[in-house]
Design a protein around this ligand. Sequence first.
Ligand code: MF3
Ligand code: CO
Length: 263
Amino acid sequence: MQAASTLASQALGEVAKWVAPGVTTQRLDTIAREYICDNGGTPACLGYGGFPGTLCIEVNETVVHGFPSAYTLRDGDIIGTDIVAELNGYHSDMCYTFPVGNVDEKVMALLRTTKESLYKGIEAAVVGRRVGDVSNAVQTYCEKRGYSVVREFCGHGIGKKMHEDPEVSNYGRRGTGPVLRNGMCICIEPMINLGSKNIVMSQDGWQTRTRDRKPSAHFEHTICFENDETRILTTFDYIEAALEANGVDPMIVRGETEISTQV
Ligand code: MF3
Ligand code: CO
């Protein structure tokens, strides 16, 4: 699981080098696919239920499962890139939402809060506690700041398959749901909207956007529980190094580096 997660993390690090106005989302997808394949992995989303990309591409109001396309990124856009890498039969799943050029301060605040809420969820993910504790931590953090939580999609267990039990919702009550146990691997992936929580799905059955067409942000890590410790298997370190090199604010969350280097 760690090897697959490092591969996914490095692949998004490559993608991060190229996110800029004028780049097509198809180009980003190709970069991710080639990186995974060149390093012995399989792009698990490609062909999954007919999905047409290595990356799920989430521009602005797209919430999840957007297709790579000829769309050219524009100054002021945000773009989520969600990736699943398979290596030696194990899967890792992660997502990062990037600003493109100069992004409205309100939208930057949405990105920061969503990223922070992922780490709040991870902080609540402790052996012996329950999935609902994670869900509630994410929900409370985002709703207190005036954002809304997407209900229709959630995090999940992961391992030999991309999606396993349990479901890890981004809203819920503390003390409810399955107990977190050593040996489990889960993905926590808040999908947070600037406006209302309502979403609509396109006729293709995949691509999903906010109903009010306001922006949505999405960050995700794969984590596991081992020897009563929580380990974050994926890392944003490669992405953040690439962003810093390009002069883009890497939105470091307080405590993030310490948590990541526990691994
Ligand atoms: N992180 C996404 C999810 O858990 C990955 C989906 S891959 C796809 O739903 F192929 F289903 F698009
Ligand atoms: Co996922």
